[in-house]
Design a protein around this ligand. Structure first.
Ligand SMILES: NC(=O)C1=CN([C@@H]2O[C@H](COP(=O)(O)OP(=O)(O)OC[C@H]3O[C@@H](n4cnc5c(N)ncnc54)[C@H](OP(=O)(O)O)[C@@H]3O)[C@@H](O)[C@H]2O)C=CC1
Ligand SMILES: CC(C)=CCC[C@@H](C)[C@H]1CC[C@H]2C3=C(CC[C@]12C)[C@@]1(C)CCC(=O)C[C@@H]1CC3
Length: 339
C-alpha cells in the first residue's frame, strides 16, 4: 500500500479543502469523505456519506494508509445530540473503520479550545488539563473525541494516532470568522471593544494549519514521540484580539470598534440572553450574536505555545500573520463595504 494514499474526512469543509489541495500538490492520492461534495478537483475521488456510517466509510478507506479526520458540526450549533453523534459516536466509528481497512495513521483535527474554560490562557502548553467545565457542547465533545483518538494509538497493532490542536483558523473561503465579523459590522454592532482591548489571542492562517497536519502525518512513526500526542499549531504570533478584528474590518472598508464595555457586564448580558433563549426554545428559536462563548473568546487571553510541534516535527508557520491578513482580506472582495 502506498504511504501517499490518504482520505480526508471533512474534505469539503474550509480546512479540509485547503488540506486536500496541498496534499494533491505534494503528490498524494486523495479520497474525500464528506456529507456533501462542495467542489471537484482532478486526482481527487469524492465519497459522499455520513461518518457515522461505517460501511460508507470503508469504501473511502480502501487501500489507504493515512486518514485525516477534520469533520465536525459547526461550533455555533447548539444541537447537543448532533455533537454527541458526530464527534463522539462518529469518531468511534472512524477508528473502527480504520482498523478494519488496515489504515496505519489517523491524524485528528482537534482544537486548542479543549483546555479553554473561558478564563485567560497565556502561552498554554499541551500538558494543560482538559477543561473541567467546557464552555459549550462543541468543546465538550472535542475533548471526548481527542481522548478517543489518542487512546486508540497502538504500536503493537500498527495503528498510530496524533491530534492537531489549531486555534482561530482563518483564511480564504472561511465561512465563519470574516463572514460573522462583516455581518456584525453591517448590522452596526461592531462599535464596542469588550474589556480594555489588550487581550492576546492566536489566530492561525489556514495554510499553516495544513502544514502542521502534513508534518504530523509524515513524522508519525512507531519510534517517534508523536504517537498518541496532541500538538498546538498556531501562527506563533499572538495578537491583540481587537487589533486583529480591526485590521480585517478596516481592510474591508468598515470602521474599527472604538468604545469600551466592561467584560463582566457583557458576559453577564450574554449569559442572560443564552438562558432566555434556552427557556423560550420550545416556543421560538433565538440565536443571539453575543453568546457567552463568543464574549469569552473576545475578552480573554488565549494563546498557546507550539514549542512541542517545533521540537518533534520541525514546525514553523510558513505564512506570517501580516501576510496572512492581507491574503485573507483580498480573498473576500464580495464582503468589501459597498460591494
Ligand atoms: N475553524 C476553526 O477556527 C477551528 C476548527 N477546528 C476544527 O477543525 C476541523 C475543521 O473545521 P472547519 O474546516 O472550520 O469546519 P467546516 O464546517 O468548514 O468543515 C467540516 C466538514 O465536515 C462535514 N461534516 C460534518 N458532519 C459530518 C458527518 N457526519 N459526516 C461527514 N462529514 C461531515 C461538514 O459538512 P457540513 O458543512 O454540511 O456540516 C464540512 O464539510 C473541525 O474538526 C473543527 O473542530 C479546530 C480549531 C479551530
Ligand atoms: C481565536 C478564535 C478561537 C476565534 C474564533 C472565531 C470566532 C469565534 C470569532 C469570529 C468573529 C468573532 C466575533 C465575536 C466573537 C468571536 C468571533 C465569533 C463578537 C461576537 C464578539 C463581540 C462583538 O462585539 C462582536 C464580535 C463579532 C465577531
Amino acid at each position: 500500500m502506498s504511504s501517499k494514499r490518504c482520505t480526508v474526512i471533512g474534505g469539503s469543509g474550509f480546512l479540509g479543502r485547503h488540506l486536500v489541495e496541498r496534499l494533491v500538490d505534494r503528490g498524494y492520492t486523495v479520497n474525500v469523505f464528506d456529507i456533501r461534495q462542495a467542489y471537484e478537483l482532478p486526482g481527487v475521488t469524492f465519497h459522499q456519506g455520513d461518518l457515522c456510517d461505517k460501511q460508507a466509510l470503508l469504501v473511502a478507506l480502501k487501500d489507504v494508509s493515512i486518514v485525516f479526520h477534520c469533520a465536525s458540526p459547526a461550533p455555533g450549533s447548539d444541537d447537543r445530540a448532533l455533537f454527541q453523534r458526530v464527534n463522539i459516536d462518529g469518531t468511534q466509528t472512524v477508528i473502527q473503520a480504520c482498523h478494519e481497512a488496515g489504515v496505519q495513521k489517523l491524524i485528528l483535527t482537534s482544537s486548542a479550545s479543549v483546555v479553554f474554560e473561558g478564563t485567560d490562557i497565556k502561552n498554554g502548553r499541551e500538558d494543560l488539563p482538559y477543561a473541567k467545565k467546557p464552555i459549550d457542547y462543541y468543546t465538550e465533545t472535542k475533548i471526548q473525541q481527542e481522548k478517543l483518538v489518542l487512546e486508540a494509538c497502538s504500536k503493537e497493532k500498527g495503528f498510530l494516532t496524533v491530534a492537531i490542536r489549531p486555534h482561530g483558523i482563518f483564511g480564504p473561503r472561511d465561512p465563519q470568522l470574516v463572514p460573522i465579523l462583516v455581518d456584525t459590522a453591517r448590522r452596526g454592532k461592531m462599535k464596542f471593544i469588550i474589556g480594555d482591548g489588550s487581550n492576546l489571542v492566536d489566530f492561525t492562517y489556514v495554510e499553516n494549519v495544513v502544514h502542521g497536519h502534513i508534518l504530523a502525518a509524515e513524522h508519525l512513526k512507531a519510534d517517534s514521540p508523536l504517537c498518541g500526542q496532541a500538538y498546538h499549531i498556531t501562527n506563533d504570533e499572538p495578537v491583540r484580539f481587537w487589533d486583529f478584528m480591526s485590521q480585517i474590518l478596516v481592510g474591508l472598508g468598515y470602521s474599527a470598534p472604538r468604545y469600551h464595555l466592561p467584560y463582566t457586564l457583557v458576559y453577564g448580558i450574554a449569559l442572560l440572553l443564552w438562558l432566555i433563549a434556552l427557556v423560550l426554545r420550545p416556543l421560538i428559536r433565538i440565536k443571539p450574536t453575543f453568546t457567552p462563548m463568543r464574549v469569552a473568546l473576545a475578552g480573554t487571553h488565549h494563546y498557546y505555545s507550539c514549542t512541542r510541534a517545533k521540537k518533534d516535527m520541525g514546525y514553523q508557520p510558513p505564512v506570517p500573520l501580516q501576510e496572512a491578513i492581507v491574503r485573507t482580506v483580498e480573498s473576500y472582495p464580495h464582503l468589501q463595504k459597498g460591494a
